[in-house]
Design a protein around this ligand. Sequence first.
Ligand SMILES: *Cc1c(COP(=O)(O)O)cnc(C)c1O
Length: 358
Amino acid sequence: MYPQLRIDLAKINNNLDTVVSIAKQGGCSLMIVTKSFCADQRIVAEILKNDYVQFLADSRIQNIASYADQVHMAGKETVLLRLPMMSEIADVVRYADVSLNSGLDTIKLLDKEAAAQNKKHKVILMIDMGDLREGMFFKDEAAIMDVCGEILKMDHVVLEGIGVNLSCYGAIIPKPENLGGLCAIAEKIEKKFSIRLNIISGGNSSSIYLIPKGELPARINNVRLGESFILGNETAYSNRIEGTYNDAVTLRAQIIELKNKPSLPIGDVGVDAFGQVPVYEDRGNIDRAILAVGKQDTNPDGMTPLNTKADILGASSDHLIMDVTKEDYKLGDTVDFSLDYGALLKLFTSQYIDREYI
Ligand SMILES: *Cc1c(COP(=O)(O)O)cnc(C)c1O
């Protein structure tokens, strides 16, 4: 069935081996982040076979619930990346061994729920080093110390460590300075309370470029990797990671109409199905193909046609329009595309997309 995500498990394993070796080189434990592929079972099964990966992490508790048993059977742990909603605390304690948190109110609820479930729940306290997404603001050191002190008094929540997220909202690049600041805070916490933090989590796929350069601060001992694993992208400077495949997951879509028509629409131009005023390029009369995939399933701007001289002209909810003048496609032929993060994420989320494992 088309449209179809084509998932090359050998390439995925190759990418996994590459990010594992980077994490190892950086002295980091590794959380593989499963959200961009909606915790696809076959991909998860491959990750679970890897001895080095200690954690599977996701921002959605439904995804974690789908694999928590398998992860535990493999001797690994589950991590909830998005701050818990107050309405999901019971499931967080039930399915996640670790959660990222930024405030005492939620952590108190976790403690109470963990007591009710007779469990220990580990938290990583997020510190905002300037990206302005989640975390306690790094300059509020007194508040950070207070929250750590309160957590350390709890019976069912364990302060497992601290962490940072960068390059997300504010697009702030991880550097020895901001990550070093996180390590300094960790050391102050350790000194004040005479404890040792198990995890100092230094960020996502935007942090790993520091490792080959030897610039990841020594106390950072964990990274959380999604895009660098599934697409092989280093996300601080948008470089490809050597030894990874960008096409471990591709999309195959089928041609449902092929006609020679003008490249400029005829009539008065209003707005398209998404309220945008379209821009057209006059290419004269062209062979136009319509493929059965659209904006309901993906982000067409994030798709690149593979092995073809055809290019994408635009899309509506269910139709992708291509200029195929330089190819001789037949009705029913398929076209393959490589995907960026946004396109991949939406395709895995769409229930209309088939998955083929190769
Ligand atoms: C999504 C996410 C990650 C993984 O990010 P990538 O750039 O895909 O590696 C790591 N940490 C948190 C908190 C996230 O939400």
